[in-house]
Structure formats: structure tokens, C-alpha cells
Design a protein around this ligand. Sequence first.
Ligand code: GMT
Length: 379
Amino acid sequence: MNIGIVCYPTFGGSGVVATELGKGLAEKGHNVHFITYKEPARLLDAFHENIFFHEVRLNDYPLFDYAPYETALASKLVDVAINDKLDIFHVHYAIPHASAAYMARQILLQKGINIPVITTLHGTDITLVGKDPTYEPVVTYSINQSCGVTAVSESLKRDTFAHFDIKNEITVIPNFIDFSRFKKTNKDHFKKAIAPNGEKILIHTSNFRKVKRVEDVVHIFCRISSQMPAKLLMIGDGPERQNAEILARNSCSSLDVRFLGKQEAIEELLAVGDLFLMPSESESFGLAALEAMACEVPVISSNAGGIPEVNIDGVTGYLLNIGDVQGMADKAIELLKDEEKLATFKRNAFAQAQQFNIEQILPQYESFYQQILDLGQCK
Ligand code: GMT
């Protein structure tokens, strides 16, 4: 198949899932065309056969306070669809990708070319940004006009029906993990450098947006480190990083907290972790938690959104109410102090992550594509 994938090219979850999906499809022999404003972060690691990148360029014009990205994207989709004989558009994150693809599809139909649009909903496109009246009518319309719609969790599917007037079916295809990359490896030298006295290592990775409650991460850690020797690795960057750094400096030993910024080889950092912290306000799935679990790191998380579909309370970690930093710290301390239980949770985390093995999930996307193509004409 010739597949056109539209996504945000950043380290954010939807971009990561879209890129890993594209890489997996290309390995199976499909031609995958990424159409976005920058080469996706996870494509930069190597040259990939069957993968093509088409940059959406925005020409500067003095009239524009805001350059019309959606128009440029739709035009690029038309161009790539014709020249590279695409079979299908698969857009990740509804805003503005679903409406741009809808526009491209209409233009192509006028030229006698029928290219179905599949929209994958990822989270904040529904639970936060998309339901805002600024975008809601267009999001509702473009979801309803998509030929196929998928959501990354049952929770996100429920939220979509709750917040929007959706007439389309939504198929849940969960996020996935590539175990050839995310696996426990021996990084003892690195562990020694981070925790020279055998301190337990806690990890948080995110885009440091408000929804991640990074200040909670610091509060939880300070409570833990007051009870036992521990270190915290804060990985990623974003608007809340500075507040979290100031909080860490003022509330517990800043020597025990390291802010590492954006990192490419997350799996190497996860390899030294004992516990992952995800106190998010909202999380449609929690891909970062799954990445940790694949590397045998149990998770202390909130019970928001789709997290309970990934992290199992009392088995792979613990789930507490949003904002319950004391409860999260107590559970973390309990687990970190009980070596036997910690080892069991690490094994359980790995076993649970296996359910989301790319080898099982990727064929679900392939058969979904085929199902949509077999429908022939849609809307
Ligand atoms: O979490 C973010 O802010 C990034 C966002 C995105 O779309 O890039 O992540 C969402 O999609 C991920 C991949 O499907 C999910 O694992 C995240 O849970 C989801 N984030 C939220 O719902 C807040």
C-alpha cells in the first residue's frame, strides 16, 4: 500500500506513535509518506527504506499574522496523493489534520481520485483542545467525515462520544511498543554515575505541559527522598519545566533531581529506573508509562483517562486520584523498600507491556486500512 501519514513531527505521543507505525509499516513493505512541517523526530535515527518525507513549506507573506498551515498541508496532500499514487491518508491528531485531509479528499474527488481518510484520535485533540468552542465544530465535522476513525483507548473513545456529536463508528486500536528498542539493558556504568550510593532512581518523562502535573512529580519525589536515598531524572522539556526546577531547588535537595531536557535514547535512561512517575491530570493512554513498563519499570500514576488500561493497580504499579501526591509517595516508598515486591512488579510491568507489542497491534492497523479500502466510496 502507499500510505500518507500526517502527524506532528515532535517528541509528543501522537507524533511518536505515528512515526513508529510508519516505520513498522515500511518494514513490512508498504511505502510510507510522511507529510508534515518537519522531519519527525523518531525518523532522524537512520535512513529507512520505503519511507519518504514531504515537507509542508509555508511561504512568508506580510499579510499573514498567522501563516495558513492547514491550507498548505491540504495542498501538499493533494500533490503527494497524485504524484506518489497514495491509497490512503492516515492522519494523527484531529486538529488540524483531519480537516486538512478532508479538504484534500474533496479536491481529489473532483479530479476523479478517491483517497479515504483515516483519523486517529490521540487525546488532547479531544479531551482538551478539540472540545474548546474555538475548534469544536470543525473537529466534530471532520471526525464525522473521516472514512474511518480510531482512538488509542476505550477511555478516549468514551470521551469522544461524550464531548462531540459523533455519528461515525470509532475503533479502538491501542498504542504499541517496539520491544526491539524498548527493553531492559545493562547500563550499570550509567546507574553508578547517577546513583553512586545505590540510591533508587525515579523517572519522569513528558512534554512538561500543565496536564502532566510536573510539580506533583517533584512533590512526590521530595516526600520519597525524605524517607530513603533516591534520585529523580526529569526528562523532556516544555512550559512547566522552569516552575518544576524552581520547586525542586526550593523544596528538596536539588542535587538529587536532574533535569535532562529532551532525550533521544529514552530507553537507555529507562534501563536504570526503579519507578516511573505519571501523575497526569488527563492521559488518553500514557505511552510514556508503557515505554517504562517495557523496560521493566513499574509505574506510580494517577487514574486519569486511559492510564488504567495500561498500568494495573497493585500489579504493575499503583494508581491514585489526581493530585494525591501523599498517596503516590506512600505507595512509592512502600514498593521501593520491599525488594521482593519491587522485583515482582518489574516482571509484571514487562509482562503487561507485552500486550501492546507492535507485532500484535500493527496488523490491526493494516486490516483497518484494508477494511476501509474495501468499502470503496465513503462520504
Ligand atoms: O501528552 C501529550 O501532551 C502529547 C499527546 C500528543 O498527542 O502528542 O499525547 C496524547 O497521545 C499519546 C499517544 O497516543 C497518548 O499516549 C497520551 O496519553 C496523550 N496525552 C493526553 O491525553 C494528555
